[in-house]
Ligand binder design. Structure first.
Ligand code: ZN
Length: 69
C-alpha cells in the first residue's frame, strides 16, 4: 500500500498516510480535522525503486546556472 505525503491547508501541518489511492482524497488532518488537504510532491517509491527527489517546499526544481558575460 503506498504512502502519501499530505499537507493541511488550514494549519500547514504535514503528515503521511498509508491508504489506497481512492482513499487519498478522503483524508482529514490529524491535527485540526480539516479536510482541506493537498498532496505534497516528494519522493515516492514506485515498484521498489526510488524515482522522486526532494524539490523543497517552494517547488523550485531548477539548479542555479552560472552567468555568462
Ligand atoms: Zn490541519
Amino acid at each position: 500500500m503506498p504512502s502519501y505525503d499530505l499537507e493541511c491547508q488550514k494549519c500547514a501541518k504535514r503528515f503521511s498516510v498509508f491508504c489506497s489511492i481512492s482513499q487519498k482524497d478522503y483524508q482529514a488532518c490529524p491535527y485540526c480535522g480539516s479536510d482541506q488537504i493537498t498532496q505534497r510532491f516528494t519522493s515516492v517509491n514506485i515498484g521498489g525503486k526510488s524515482v522522486g527527489r526532494d524539490i523543497g517546499a517552494s517547488g523550485e526544481s531548477y539548479a542555479p546556472r552560472p552567468r555568462f558575460g
